[in-house]
Design a binder for this molecule. Sequence first.
Ligand code: ZN
Length: 233
Amino acid sequence: MTPEFDLPLVILRTNRKKTVSIEVTPSNIKVSAPKRLSHRVITDFITERSRWIEKNVQLQLAQPKQIPRTWTDGEMFAYLGQEYALNVTRKSADMVEIGEGSLNVAIPFGTLELDEKNTVKSLVLAWYKQKATKTLTAKSFCYSKLLKVEPTSVRVREYKSQWGSCSVSGVISYDWRIIMAPLKVVDYLVVHELAHLLEHNHSQKYWKHVETTIPNFREQQSWLKLNARMLTI
Ligand SMILES: [Zn+2]
């Protein structure tokens, strides 16, 4: 018998896999298994991992549910670890800036009521990406001097399930949403990716490089793990 959990169990049969894998998402427990594997073997595997699954289900359930954005006054936005309340006004030209506890967004006078939310959304997203690019580029420059490495380029993009990457050719990429996290966490991510230019793995030697640059990196690492779901729009 398959054990029961507080989230629905979804078994996906795939040709691409040779082994069974389990992923606990906010809405279900996804089990991917090779097409030919018997149901019995899969059930046994789930039973064997039930404690791990249960632990992760409870972690998911404990996370605050994400409420869809309304893009209206008073809605909170995180930037470098601080929360700012959205404040929308109308001016002759569009503008986004941080005020005292507020994220001030000006949309052009002529904006139709109907387009207001979308206009605010695209302005805020563009602002975040611009801030992220500026900060992450500058940080990468500073820390690459410290680590004595030379990334071929620094890019900012959006990832599904990671915060950054370092390619074999030396391209460093970051998810722009990290700009919502405290600066210490941003620093850790930058050092994490740059240190991969020294070691393309997560070996002890690799972590030593990270630790030398950021002695309390484990704190930032666990902050990121715990708050990952908050860093979203
Ligand atoms: Zn890594």
